[in-house]
Design a protein around this ligand. Sequence first.
Ligand SMILES: [Zn+2]
Length: 386
Amino acid sequence: MVMVLGLVFTVAQPMQTHAVSELDKVNQELKKLQQAMKSAEKKQRQAQATIKEAKADKERTAAEINDIMAKINNVNKEMMTTSQQIDQTEDKLRDAATQLEEATQRVESRSQLLDARLRLMYTNGFVSYLDVLLDSTSFSDFLDRVDMLKSVVGQDKDILADNKRDKALVIEKKKQVEQDLKEVKFLYVKMDQTKKELDSKEKQKEVMVASLTKQIEESEEISEDQEKQLMAFAKERARLIEKQKSFKSKYKGGKLGMPLKSPFRLSSGFGPRVHPVTGVKGKMHTGLDMAAPKGTPIYAAEAGIVIVAQSVSGYGNCVIINHGNGLWTLYGHIRDGGIKVDKGQEVKKGQKIAEVGSTGQSTGNHLHFEVRVNEVPKNPVGYLNL
Ligand SMILES: [Zn+2]
């Protein structure tokens, strides 16, 4: 049987060569187009993801810029305050310098006065002091005058000591103000540095925003480009489908190939089922039921184009092949995962297309095989070498 089928196939081949190769070409082009469309869609999705990411980045960066600008504002305010502190401290330092100068002068003049008195008393000035003493009217007056002179010198000494203490305090105070000034100035320098850092950070972020904006624009351009590509693909695909539809398959009549090549049992024939007891005619059976083990290979009965390759209610997993000239063959109850062809695919006579199963309205593993002419079911027996 297989040999005979092989012979039929070989004889039929030369007649079909031209048409089949043309159909193959159309199918290959379709497949290529589908792949190209898929890759174009993927690229577009990627571009859109890029845009989304870049937009989020841009928003984030803009928020960061706002943050930095707020920080710069704060630093500016702090710098103004610190600058005022510097001015105030410098004023204080100038005051302290004036005070120090005054204290120094006081010490100087008091010291000079004391020197003068002492010189007057103990050296050249002794005569004048003696004069003062000699002018005394009595001995007790003389003693009073001596005491008075001593006391004047003593007061001068005390005042000088006080002045020296004052001067030391002013020096201490000036030192403190100088330290304060140093600290405030250091603070200012630090703030200035912070501000410069923030400025440069802000500039960096602005550059980033600009580059993100550019990236978004470019990505959007790519998307438009790919959309155009997609439309071109779709148009080309529609054209090819039209070409495929108008293609005339080679069925010119004659026997079909057996859909099962291994042993099977005809479990139900074509036509209205008859009740086994009453003989009453029941529901019409539109095909042949061929019982065979699950997984038994199913072969295309004739060359053609697969028009259905999916689950159909009642039929379960189902394949329909269009052989041209209005002739279709149908294969039902295929096991899950047992469909081996795609919709739109061209198949050769005797090519494995599926495997026997029991999906849909079925109680056991079998192939439900139909032959239809212009969609009307015909008895397959007349088409098969049974
Ligand atoms: Zn059936």
